[in-house]
Design a protein around this ligand. Structure first.
Ligand SMILES: [Zn+2]
Length: 224
């Protein structure tokens, strides 16, 4: 006991009950972020999955229509999320460059359609893109950045082209902008999903399974 404390008759203030120190189990803030991204991605997937209806862009030439269009078309959703999954799987610089290549080339495809430049096999190519992108994830294919960008770019061209030609010039730009925004959102959802899955114990295997399921869904769309 402290002498001074006793003198002050406040000695009891100096009594300290020692609590045992328990190790703090607190998730790192990075974990919380990743969990949040995963939850957001899952919520986005769940909320958009039952919506199979493909809005007719010709009737909805606006920013909102552009945003909603990919979110309501299973072919676009699957391909764009697969791009994010693939980017998360191969990681590094490609986490950004792969989705950026998709968005950029998609805008180019949209422009080609607006300029009335013909491109064959648009619908089959879009469906093939779902299968191919799913397979890339399923097989965990790794390639140099430029090759990855080129692969997704080729597919993106068709996704963009598909709707550029159906619109009058007046509605095309806001629609295209909305389409780009929604595509980027789907990429982010795919990346979040992929990064979240990768953190799991058998995440590598699980992300390949998700890729395989995506490819299968693509096959189902072809025979739909
Ligand atoms: Zn579409």
């Amino acid at each position: 006991m402290d002498r001074r404390a006793t003198d002050n008759k406040m000695w009891f203030r100096n009594i300290r009950i020692r609590r045992p120190r328990l190790p703090r189990i607190r998730p790192r803030s990075g974990d919380i972020m990743k969990t949040r991204i995963l939850l957001t991605a899952t919520a986005l997937l769940v909320s958009s999955a039952p919506a199979f209806a493909h809005l007719d862009p010709a009737e909805h030439g606006s920013l909102m229509a552009g945003i909603s269009h990919p979110l309501f078309g299973l072919d676009h959703i699957l391909a764009m999320i697969a791009v994010g999954l693939w980017a998360a799987q191969i990681g590094g610089r490609r986490l950004f460059t792969v989705p950026a290549a998709f968005v950029g080339t998609m805008a180019l495809g949209f422009g080609l359609a607006m300029a009335d430049i013909s491109l064959p096999f648009v619908e089959p190519a879009i469906l093939a893109s779902v299968v191919a992108l799913g397979l890339l994830v399923a097989m965990a294919i790794r390639m140099p950045t430029s090759a990855c960008a080129a692969v997704v770019g080729v597919f993106a061209l068709f996704h963009g082209y598909a709707h550029g030609g159906e619109l009058g010039a007046a509605g095309a730009l806001p629609f295209g902008l909305g389409f780009v925004i929604a595509t980027a959102l789907l990429h982010v959802a795919g990346i979040g999903l992929g990064l979240g899955i990768n953190r799991l114990t058998s995440g590598r295997a699980l992300s390949r399974i998700v890729g395989g399921l995506t490819a299968l869904a693509g096959v189902a769309l072809i025979f739909n």
